[in-house]
Design a binder for this molecule. Structure first.
Ligand code: DGJ
Length: 342
């Protein structure tokens, strides 16, 4: 693996070639290219600014990846950012995809919270559809709504559509999943986060249908759903605010379950705290069999914009998804036969 370090070349940044670990590094550096991932380090975009896309997810459109996430100030939420990349290492800032409204009466008034945004593409309508966890301005986490926005382009601007509690259920941490047959699902923490629920989306993906049921009541957050080998896997976190906790992995044959607990997919030192992070998404890597990237946020509650990204490869050991810590890695990791002990 060829890594490029700034000490050697003078002008380096990016996902792997970011400046060597600093507790609080510079918010911008000179631009160059990256050649891999360094979980937990500062990650810079192609202009040399620290990437600000927390609680996010990634959508592949053609050969371009789009990374959507929360734009954070020290504490405040400032909308949903979008970055693009051809290689998953070098990310170009594409702007704010969904901007809070200047109207103080609006559901997404500036000062609201739009957390964990995820975007999917609807083949029938040709629209990009964003779902996010919405909390109304000044109301803490009491609104517990799902918000929906649409765009004709992956980079936005997204137009706000509506927000609601799916079938009357509280909806906080969430993810979206589009199955091979085009059916899309909203997976969400409900009933003060005690329940994890799944709702099938309407054909236009703009709302939840009444096909909505409890998956399990284990007090879980941060759901990240993926499918491989005909099985659905679900990684979740516990509920400890911004502090890290132990992840769990569940498996099912169908999205609505029944879901079976497999245990903690993390292994090794600090595994019991998910390496300091919290799940947000599992990204399938196209063109590679059983190659998935576990995406997590290492939150910094004192300065949320300085929360870090932990992206780690999912390995299959004894047929079970497993996530080991790596200080640095690149996609060639998935080429190694030893990493595919299916
Ligand atoms: C945990 C959630 O997973 C985060 O998205 C955020 O809502 C924090 N709680 C707030 O404390």
């Amino acid at each position: 693996m060829k890594y490029v370090f700034p000490a050697l070349l003078g002008l380096c940044l990016g996902v792997v070639s970011a400046p060597v670990a600093m507790a609080q590094g510079p918010s911008s550096v000179a631009a160059t290219t990256a050649a891999g991932f360094r979980p937990g380090q500062l990650w810079y975009d192609t202009e040399g600014n620290v990437i600000n896309a927390h609680g996010g997810g990634v959508l592949l459109v053609g050969k371009t990846y789009y990374w959507y996430g929360e734009k954070r100030a020290q504490h405040e939420e400032e909308g949903v950012t979008v970055y693009s990349s051809k290689d998953l290492y070098n990310w170009k800032y594409e702007g704010v995809a969904l901007t809070p409204s200047p109207d103080p009466q609006h559901d997404i008034a500036a000062g609201c919270l739009m957390e964990r945004p995820k975007v999917v593409y609807n083949k029938k309508t040709g629209k990009y559809v964003m779902w996010f966890h919405l909390e109304l301005k000044g109301k803490g986490y009491s609104a517990a709504r799902a918000g929906v926005a649409v765009s004709d382009k992956p980079t936005g601007p997204f137009q706000y559509v509506s927000s609601f509690r799916p079938n009357g259920n509280m909806s906080r941490d969430m993810g979206l999943y589009v199955d091979d047959d085009g059916a899309a699902y909203h997976i969400y923490s409900s009933r003060e986060n005690y329940d994890l629920r799944l709702a099938r989306l309407s054909p236009d993906y703009l709302t939840a249908t009444t096909q909505d049921s409890l998956l399990f009541a284990n007090h879980r957050e941060a759901p990240a759903l993926f499918k491989t080998g005909g099985k659905y896997y679900l990684i979740t976190s516990g509920c400890t605010g911004w502090a890290p906790n132990q992840a769990t992995l569940h498996v099912a044959d169908k999205p609505f379950g029944p879901w079976t607990l497999l245990g903690d997919p993390m292994t090794g030192p600090n595994a019991k705290l998910t390496y300091g992070g919290q799940s947000t998404y599992v990204l399938p890597v196209p063109g590679k069999k059983d190659a998935f990237i576990f995406m997590a946020d290492k939150w910094n509650p004192k300065d949320l914009k300085d929360s870090r990204y932990l992206w780690l490869p999912v390995q299959f050991k004894a047929g079970q998804p497993t996530i080991d810590w790596l200080d640095q890695w690149d996609l060639s990791f998935f080429n190694k036969a030893s990493n595919k002990q299916l």
